[in-house]
Ligand binder design. Structure first.
Ligand SMILES: Nc1ncnc2c1ncn2[C@@H]1O[C@H](COP(=O)(O)OP(=O)(O)OP(=O)(O)O)[C@@H](O)[C@H]1O
Length: 329
């Protein structure tokens, strides 16, 4: 059974294949020339390296915003380049099938735009599947069984919570505050409290690096905001967590607001099984603990929070019942 399971995320693009597993996992970034904005010169890791150091005449573009297409032409160039990266001429001639994950809150127009661009890029029989359903499937959950599941997805651009059961959605909330806003909050904190300016990539590395780190302090190198000279500062991870608190609170507040829609019987299922946390943003140090306190439910982190959505989309290629229940063509 061929085809691709794809997660075109705001931050990362992940592509899986039934027999090969994850075949591409790269940042959703495209390098273009300023005078040719719709031709991808580089995509993924090579393009991300140039964020914050893009020479004149070039531009680094993030073609997906909040998990959906914002600019059709950029998305065409980007999605076409990704498909060319994972296929050879023969496969493109055969026009492979695909299941593409989209945010559960994507509008009909946003889903149609993605389907159209995917067809143009050479895919056929494309289905779109809500990311939480796909992430649950990729984490070993059966989304069509008669039990309720609650999935929290904190990505780069969007945080979503979706309750579903037996092929139907019970509740859904989302906000456009997620991992990227946390990086921005950290950048602003460093500038305001330590008068140090760091690049976007460094701010993200600091945030990601706190995960699983035992050392309560970390050293950061940046540019002094006043003199412009290089400077080192030692930061306390507890201080960073505090600085990120308003942003994490906003995310947690949106996520917990869905509880009032959850039928009592479904609450019992979620109590027994726990809330499933997926998406890279859910890896933020201390985040699942904050969620548990706010929900009053156990929260289980997916084993592979960054790739489970693409893994689920790949698994859905051979599970037509899941696509029929939750997907769109
Ligand atoms: N260990 C970590 N700690 C904190 N944040 C992390 C960690 N690892 C990744 N992230 C963050 O996760 C985000 C990317 O997650 P993911 O790849 O799931 O998003 P996406 O699917 O591309 O975005 P979206 O779902 O919004 O379209 C980035 O903001 C990244 O900084």
């Amino acid at each position: 059974m061929g085809g691709f399971g794809i997660d075109f995320g705001t931050a990362n693009t992940v592509v899986g294949q039934p027999d090969a597993g994850i075949v591409l996992d790269e940042p959703s970034v495209m390098l273009t020339r300023a005078n040719e904005p719709y031709r991808a010169i580089r995509v993924g890791k090579e393009a991300r390296e140039l964020i914050g150091r893009t020479p004149a005449g070039f531009a680094t573009v993030r073609p997906m915003r909040d998990g959906v297409i914002v600019d059709l032409e950029s998305a065409r160039a980007y999605i076409g380049a990704i498909i060319r990266k994972v296929t050879d001429r023969w496969q493109r001639w055969m026009r492979p099938r695909a299941v593409i994950a989209v945010p559960a809150g994507a509008t009909t127009l946003e889903r149609r735009a993605l389907l159209e661009v995917a067809h143009e890029a050479g895919l056929r029989k494309v289905a779109v599947l809500p990311e939480p359903v796909s992430g649950a499937l990729g984490s070993g959950v059966n989304p069509v069984e008669p039990r309720a599941h609650l999935v929290v997805d904190v990505g780069g651009g969007t945080s979503e919570i979706t309750g579903f059961c037996f092929g139907g959605v019970l509740t859904h909330r989302s906000c456009r505050v997620a991992g990227d806003e946390l990086t921005l909050a950290l950048y602003q904190h460093l500038r305001a409290e330590h008068q140090i300016v760091v690049g976007e990539l460094t701010a993200e590395d600091i945030k990601v690096g706190m995960h699983g780190q035992d050392d309560p302090s970390l050293v950061v190198e940046g540019r002094d905001a006043a003199t412009g000279r290089a400077r080192l500062v030692t930061l306390d991870t507890a201080e960073i967590m505090d600085a990120l608190r308003p942003t994490t609170t906003e995310i947690v507040h949106t996520l917990t607001s869905c509880l009032e829609d959850l039928p009592a019987q479904a609450v019992g299922d979620v109590m027994a099984e726990g809330v499933l946390a997926i998406g890279g943003g859910s890896l933020l140090r201390g985040f699942t603990m904050l969620l548990e306190e706010a929900f009053g439910f156990p929260v289980k982190q997916s084993e592979r929070p960054l790739t489970c959505v693409a893994e689920g989309a790949t698994a859905a290629l051979s599970q037509p019942d899941v696509v029929a229940a939750y997907g769109y063509y």
